[in-house]
Ligand binder design. Sequence first.
Ligand SMILES: [Zn+2]
Length: 63
Amino acid sequence: MQYSERHLKQWVILYLSQDGRCALCGGALTDETGSHNHNLVYRMHGGTDALSNRVLLHPHGHQ
Ligand SMILES: [Zn+2]
């Protein structure tokens, strides 16, 4: 599964660049809290899947 392997690498890069913390609340991202790979600019608004357009958040729920 090439897709999931690439996805995992991107996740690790984001996780390390954010110091293992949620971009929204600053709390630690753990296996228990889970995490959500979030597009800053939604693809429907022209955002891309590039890492610069992504952050990791807890699954806070979407407002
Ligand atoms: Zn959070």
